[in-house]
Write a protein that binds this ligand. Structure first.
Ligand code: AMP
Length: 254
């Protein structure tokens, strides 16, 4: 079984995001960038399937700037076999390559690579779109299982457990199919130094986005980006009566 894992270069989750002074987007200058955490979970799951003898090859693909090679190398250090970078100078977040365009490019890559399974993140932590997996499944007319918290392969099928309101849902999809990962699917391993060194020698193909022949013009126009309002300090109340009074007369919520 061949598994394709799309991975995105995103602003690191520990970084405090700064909005550009002209409110046109996020300031990415000198900011630490990382693998999208949900994509790391997707790679880990693919690697576990390979270790279990179920998968034979893992290909990672990223649509992003030249520097997204770093994230592809990290993915290969975790255990992916090779990488493909679809290189673009478009910004990674606002006004960049939107989920529909990413899905169309991934469809083209899938046409070349013919994987049996695609495992990808449920969401990028920069644009929080939660769209690409669903759009890709639709474009390919493949079954999809989103927000997976457990994956069990059963021959030509995959059984996926999803955390839903009030319980767990188990669904079965035929392959080829798309699975998107939720946070509790697994805990990704740290790449060891020898594996980081080995990853440097793994094959990485770079294709210019123009050569893929897909229109990636943004369809959305972001009018303004701003920081959330700063929180006002809280206060202490001395009794339940005072709390109720404040909720009624000051906050006017009851
Ligand atoms: P999104 O729909 O943007 O929230 O992203 C969902 C998932 O789609 C991510 O977790 C990635 O697996 C994949 N994805 C989104 N953008 C890219 C990209 N530029 N390159 C590769 N994969 C991507």
């Amino acid at each position: 079984m061949k598994i394709l894992v799309p991975v995105k270069r995103v602003i690191d989750y520990n970084v405090k995001v700064r909005v550009k002074s002209d409110h046109s987007g996020i300031d990415l200058a000198n900011v630490k960038m990382s693998l999208n955490p949900f994509d790391e979970i997707a790679i880990e799951e693919a690697v576990r399937l390979k270790e279990a003898g179920i998968a034979s090859e893992i290909v990672v693909v990223s649509i992003g700037p030249e520097k997204a090679q770093e994230q592809l190398r990290t993915a290969m250090a975790i255990g992916a076999d090779r990488g493909i970078l679809i290189q673009t100078d478009a910004p990674l977040d606002i006004g960049g390559v939107e989920p529909l365009a990413v899905a169309k490019i991934l469809k083209a890559v899938i046409g070349q690579e013919s994987p049996n399974l695609v495992i990808m993140g449920k969401q990028s932590i920069d644009d929080d779109s939660n769209q690409t997996g669903q759009m890709l499944a639709s474009l390919l007319d493949w079954p999809q299982a989103t927000f997976a918290s457990k994956i069990e392969m059963q021959g030509q099928y995959a059984s996926i457990t999803r955390e839903i309101d009030g319980g767990l849902e188990v669904i079965k999809i035929g392959l080829p199919g798309i699975i998107t990962t939720d946070l509790r699917l697994n805990e990704p391993r740290y790449a060891s130094l020898p594996n980081i060194m080995k990853a440097k020698k793994k094959p990485l193909d770079i294709i210019k986005i123009e050569d893929v022949g897909i229109d990636v013009t943004p369809r959305l126009k972001v009018t303004s980006v701003s920081e959330p309002p700063t929180r006002k300090g809280g206060g202490k109340v001395s009794s339940v009566d005072e709390l109720i009074d404040k909720l009624k007369n000051e906050a006017k919520v009851i």
